[in-house]
Each structure stands twice: as structure tokens, then as C-alpha cells.
Design a protein around this ligand. Sequence first.
Ligand SMILES: [Zn+2]
Length: 240
Amino acid sequence: MRDPGREVVAIVLSVSAYADDDRILKVLSPTEGKVGAFQRLGRRKPAGLDIGVRARLRLRHGREGGLNTLVDATVEDPRIHLRSGYGRLALAQFGCELIGALAREAHAEPKQFGLLDTWLVLLDALRGDPDVSLAAALELKALTFAGVAPALDRCGACGGAIEQTMHLEPAGGGAVHPRCGGGLVVSAQVLAELERLRRTPLRELVDVEVDPVAVGVASDLVRAQLGHELASRQLLVGLC
Ligand SMILES: [Zn+2]
């Protein structure tokens, strides 16, 4: 009997064309983490699986551990307003790339899934584009859920209290006293701002002023963690 496939809820992270009519989807599922799926289009119409869309997918395991095959899809949230503003779409693409880069394959990722879904629901509900600095809050939360966010509320080396001038090594180790280690020079205010962005719900940060130094540090942390720049950050630079 043919494998009927399994059902997974997922958010589409990226879509790329393959051969003439087919596509390869990267999706994020709360139960399976990052998953690749092959979508044969043939003469059938695509099921509206664009970036950021949340859908219930039926997937069949690929042969010998290869890509899954998408058997069927039902769109749960098409995020219809995302595509009505360049800024919202750019922020949506950025969120998908960021969380796609930090999420693991073959591991449950309920927190990263919830974060990305919240981000996309929020962007879809806005009637205007939010300030691009909102992306920094997403970066800090995604790093936290990936377990790689630096300690910001104490010295990562000696455990002592934060002082007015601290150092921060973006690749890890957290904030440290200048006598305890090296890194970027950051003030206690910037560390407090990073901590606020990390802990405050996204919807409470829409159109709230954010310290631009903290925005720069958040992107430094992501770059250091991934070892490369996110391609979609270029889209955000155009919005500043
Ligand atoms: Zn110290």
C-alpha cells in the first residue's frame, strides 16, 4: 500500500523553482523543525503556498532520506495583507530567513514556530509598515529560543553586576566587565535596551522608539552566530 503521508502544520520559509514546473519548499513545523518538501505542480494549480503562509501539509517521506514530497496542502492563514506593503513583506521575509537559519532540522521547534507565527500575524494585522527596528526584537527572541543569546544582565565571566561600561563578544560569552574580557564596548543602557527587546511581547513594541545602537548590536549577534549575513537584511536596509 502506498504511504498515505503524515500531516504537519507548517509555515513556508522559502520557495524555489525546480526544473520546469516543480518547486522546493522549506517549511518550519512545530513538531519536526525545518523540513524540505518537493512540490510537483504539473497541471494542478499551486495551493497558495507562498512565503509566510501557514498551512496544514500532508508530506510523504522521500526515498532514502531524500526530500519529502508534498501530497496535499490546506492553507490555514494566507496572511493576505502581508503583500500589500513593501515594508511588511520585507520584514516577513526577514523573519522567515532568520528563524529558518536558527531552527534545526529533525527537532521539534515549537518556540521558534510560535515566534515566527506571532511575527507574521502581527505584520499581517498592521495597517501600516512598522518601524524596521522591530526586527531587532525578533532577532533577540529567536537567538534566545535557539539557546545562543548572550547573558545581558550580569557579567558572563565573573557573574558580577553590570557596570556602566561593558564589553560584549558577539559570538558568545555574553556581556563582560572590561577587566574580565574583550569585545564590543557597550553601555549599561544598551544592554538594558537589548534585554527589554528580548523580553517585551512583539505587539507592545510596535512603533516604540528603540535605541539604534541596540539595533546594530542585535544584528551583530545574529551575524556572529550564523557566520554570515542574512540576504534579506538588504531589504530592511532599504527601509531605513
Ligand atoms: Zn566580570
